[in-house]
Design a binder for this molecule. Sequence first.
Ligand code: FES
Length: 206
Amino acid sequence: MDTVTFTLGAGEVLLDRLLEDGIAVTHECGGKLACSTCQVVVRQGMEHLSAISEDELDMLDRASADAPGTRLACQAVSDGGEVVVALPESTVPARAAGFSPIQLSESATAYLGAQIARLPGAVALRLGVEPAGCSGFRYRVDHADEIRQGDTVFESGRVRIAVDALSLPYVQGTRIDLVREGLAQRLRYENPNVRQTCGCGESFGV
Ligand code: FES
């Protein structure tokens, strides 16, 4: 299992720190202690985390999570200090393959997060590319009803972003911002993989 080492600040929640660092730990209930999907194993530094509560223990019992040091990351609040955390297998493929995280600006997080929240059954934002335009590709942004096999899931500002395997090399490391142009607003992509863009701004080449 991969491990990461953090120095957490006082009052910092372990799940928040993992997500901020681009480690896509699943957290289906949004930190409400109702799902047990945010399990991690704390290898060192447990003394810097809040004591495990009866409710957290109960949730771990129900999930048969009995490895020593297992915590629900959303419930572990630091008093300040270094912790070493073994990452869930589901977070490893993107890291192991060396893909850079996809990040949303604050305004893009608010805008896209609200769109996803409005759609019943949506579990993530789906970002991809498709052939188009004069330069080769254009972005495709949609909601995802499911995480498909082969998807890599990133997390930014608590918005999950699913990317299919074919699109991933073209969008890894992209930062998405929401910009205003007069009365309109549009998404702007800062994509380190882009080598050329066309005059219409609709497509890009790599
Ligand atoms: Fe559901 Fe932590 S996110 S219990």
